[in-house]
Design a protein around this ligand. Structure first.
Ligand SMILES: *[C@@H]1O[C@H](CO)[C@@H](O)[C@H](O)[C@H]1NC(C)=O
Ligand SMILES: *[C@@H]1O[C@H](CO)[C@@H](O)[C@H](O)[C@H]1NC(C)=O
Ligand SMILES: *[C@@H]1O[C@H](CO)[C@@H](O)[C@H](O)[C@H]1NC(C)=O
Ligand SMILES: *[C@@H]1O[C@H](CO)[C@@H](O)[C@H](O)[C@H]1NC(C)=O
Ligand SMILES: *[C@@H]1O[C@H](CO)[C@@H](O)[C@H](O)[C@H]1NC(C)=O
Ligand SMILES: *[C@@H]1O[C@H](CO)[C@@H](O)[C@H](O)[C@H]1NC(C)=O
Ligand SMILES: *[C@@H]1O[C@H](CO)[C@@H](O)[C@H](O)[C@H]1NC(C)=O
Length: 306
């Protein structure tokens, strides 16, 4: 009997802990979604954080730190005088080649180019129905750089006036045979701009925004993007979790019922020892003590008479 109690406690604790953990996980995945525009705002702050820790030099890129909930994302910031940007450009800022003649509006004395590499979060924040990403999404956005601790800064408008800004993507996965990869620019207002790719990994643009190399995924058997995969994974975990949870609960019920039954039986057997003679009879699958006097004869209900 004691053993049964302990088992019952263990099973109950397991079931409770499991259901709690399951709920918490569901809660967490609901709270962790922010929009790509909110992400831009956060990444601007994280990138500017690199300026606060050092004595930043104009024209030198600094890498920023991101919190652990964005592991896989890279940010950097580069501070420039507007006049110098227009005259000299920036020949190589990470994957970006910024030419001469770039105009920033509205006018600021100093600007910062915030660089983003969304890594494995690319298709999470920039999903594109019908397409698969072949390289991480890269962002190039300009902000007023007069105040390093400023947050929620509006983006400055960037326009290349003579030649385009080039983006040299690294580690581009090859497109499946018969398919042509395309460059896509995600404008801040949500609109898309597709352009042709140059020499397998280069895209050009005359504006700021987020850039990616994508391919039509209609003929690709794998589900498009990590977002769908991770959603599928979540569904599988939830379903399996639910089944295990139900199993543990039903186990608990079975233990509870058998525990009650045994307790009742012991009570009756005790009474037997105290003098009340109870006859043991076969009832269904169990041998149960029955009272000596049967008031009503058992009648089978719904008896089928041919
Ligand atoms: C990451 O955590 C920080 C707090 O540490 C929070 O402000 C931010 O919104 C979180 N980012 C995402 C993408 O959930
Ligand atoms: C990206 O990878 C990191 C670990 O490298 C992981 O913590 C994070 O959850 C991944 N992001 C997505 C959207 O899968
Ligand atoms: C992808 O290609 C298929 C077949 O060529 C076409 O029907 C479909 O519209 C394309 N999808 C997109 C998003 O361009
Ligand atoms: C840039 O920031 C400085 C300091 O915060 C401010 O004085 C200036 O007006 C800002 N410029 C623009 C165009 O917002
Ligand atoms: C810079 O921004 C911070 C945070 O918004 C603010 O407290 C501070 O007064 C600003 N400094 C200047 C010089 O504008
Ligand atoms: C977004 O802005 C671009 C100009 O940068 C404009 O051509 C386009 O129509 C805008 N799209 C939407 C949906 O507002
Ligand atoms: C893009 O490529 C397609 C076919 O590869 C071609 O027909 C089209 O003219 C190209 N567009 C530009 C702007 O070069």
């Amino acid at each position: 009997m004691e053993l049964t109690c302990r088992y019952h406690d263990i099973v109950f604790s397991f079931a409770l802990a499991f259901l709690l953990a399951w709920r918490c996980e569901a809660q967490f995945s609901m709270d962790s979604t922010i929009s790509s525009r909110q992400l831009d705002s956060l990444l601007q702050e994280y990138a500017y954080g690199a300026f606060l820790q050092l004595h930043p030099r104009t024209g030198t890129p600094y890498d920023g730190d991101v919190p652990t909930n964005l592991t896989g994302v890279k940010v950097a910031a580069l501070r420039l005088r507007c006049g110098s940007l227009r005259k000299r450009g920036v020949p190589s800022y990470k994957e970006f080649d910024i030419p001469t003649g770039v105009i920033i509006r509205p006018y600021v004395k100093r600007l910062a180019f915030v660089y983003q590499n969304l890594g494995n979060w690319s298709s999470y924040y920039y999903p594109l129905a019908g397409y698969t990403h072949l390289a991480p999404v890269l962002g190039l956005l300009a902000y007023n750089a007069s105040n390093f601790s400023a947050s929620n800064l509006p983006e400055l408008d960037v326009t290349a006036s003579s030649s385009p800004i080039w983006i040299n993507f690294r580690n581009v996965r090859p497109a499946p045979s018969g398919f042509t990869a395309k460059c896509v620019r995600f404008d801040l207002n949500g609109s898309l701009e597709f352009t042709n790719i140059t020499s397998s990994n280069r895209c050009s643009t005359f504006h700021h925004g987020h850039f990616a190399i994508v391919v039509n995924s209609t003929m690709i058997p794998a589900p498009s993007g990590e977002k769908h995969k991770s959603n599928l994974w979540k569904i599988i975990v939830s379903v399996v979790g639910g089944i295990v949870g139900l199993f543990l609960l039903s186990l608990l019920m079975v233990w509870l019922i058998s525990y009650r039954r045994k307790k009742k039986l012991t009570k009756m057997q005790k009474r037997e020892h105290m003098g009340v003679v109870l006859k043991m009879e076969q009832v269904g699958n169990a041998r149960l003590p029955v009272a000596p006097m049967t008031r009503t004869q058992p009648v089978i209900e719904n008896d089928f008479v041919p």
